[in-house]
Design a protein around this ligand. Sequence first.
Ligand SMILES: *Cc1c(COP(=O)(O)O)cnc(C)c1O
Length: 362
Amino acid sequence: MKVPFLSLERQTARYSDELRTAVERVLASGRYIGGEEVARFEDEFAAYCGVRFAVGVASGTDAITIALQALGVGPGDEVVTAANTCVPTVTGIESAGAVAVLADADRRTGTLDPETLADALTERTAAIVPVHLYGQCADLDPILALARKRGCYVVEDCAQAHGACYGGERAGSIGHAAAFSFYPTKNLGAVGDAGAVVTSDPEVAGRARLLRNYGEDRRFHHTIGGWNSRLDPIQAAILGAKLPHLDGWNERRRAIASAYDAALRHSPVEAPVDAWGSHVYHLYVVQAPDRERFRGALAERGVETDVHYPLPVHRQPVYSALGEGRDLSVSEALAERIVSIPLHAELTDDEVAWVAEGLSAA
Ligand SMILES: *Cc1c(COP(=O)(O)O)cnc(C)c1O
C-alpha cells in the first residue's frame, strides 16, 4: 500500500459541497476584500480560541510580524524563539525589525526549553515567541513567569497548534498575543495563504487592524506605517466552513497518534510525548536512533516520511550568526533523529493500520 505524507485533496473532496457554497457566496457578494465574510470568521475563530479578538492577515509569518509590532516590538529589540522552529518564525521576527535570538529545545517534547530561555534573555529582550511545535504547547507557565520578571511580552506561535490546550486553556489565549497560520497543511488550512493574530487586548487588536491595512485608521487617513496583509474573503469563507470540523479532525489525529504510540511501545524509536494531554499532532514526530534505516524500512512499505526540520535555524546558511556563542546542542541532536510519520484526519483505517504495522516492524 502507498501512504503519501499528505493528501489535502481528500479533505477538499469530502467537504466539497460546503466549500463550494462558501466560495460561491463570496463570488456572488461582490465584496472581494474585507467585509462580512472576514469579520464573521474572525469572530468565530476568536471564540474558538477563547480570546476577544482575531485579526485576519495574509499568512502566519505576517501574523508574527504584526503581533509583535502591535505590541510595540521593533528595531533595537531582541525577540527570543526556539532554534528548532521552522524558519518563518524567524522571518516574522525580523520583518518586525527586531533581532531574533535562539534558545534551545526540550529533549522530550521538542518545544522551547525554559532553562535555556532564561540564559537567552537580555536587557534588550522585548518578547518571547514560544513555538507550539508539532501541535503541542510549549511549557508556558515558566515562560510566562520569566516574561513577567523581565517585563517582556509573550507571543505564541500557534501555527501548528489550532485547538491544543495548556492547563485547560486554548493555545493562543495564554500569551499577550498569538499568531496562527492557515497554510493549507495546517490543522485548520485555507486553500492558499492565510493567517490571524489573536489577542484579548483591544489596543493590540486595534493596532493589528491598522498594521494589516497600510496603517489606515479611516479612509485615506494613515496614522502609522503598515503593510498590505489582509485575509481575503474567499479564504475566510473556506476557513469558516472548516472551523466547525476542527475539533473532530483533531480527535481523529489523536486517535491515530494512539495507534502509532501503541505500535512503538517496544521499539527503540521513541514516540512523541503528549506532555499536557492535548497534543493535536499537526505532525507526529518520532525520534529514531538510526534514522536512515528506519525511514528506509517505511519507504519499502510505501510509507512516505519527512523531517521537520532537517536543519535548526542557526544551521541555515543565512542564519549561521544566530548560533554564535550559544549552546543549541539539543536542537542539533534532535535534527539528526526526528522523523515525521503520515498523520492527518483523512487517513483511512486501513492506512493507519498499515503505517502502524510498519512502525512496529521498523
Ligand atoms: C507554518 C508556520 C509558520 C508560517 O506560516 P505561513 O502561513 O506559512 O507564513 C510559522 N511558524 C510555524 C511554527 C509554522 O509551522
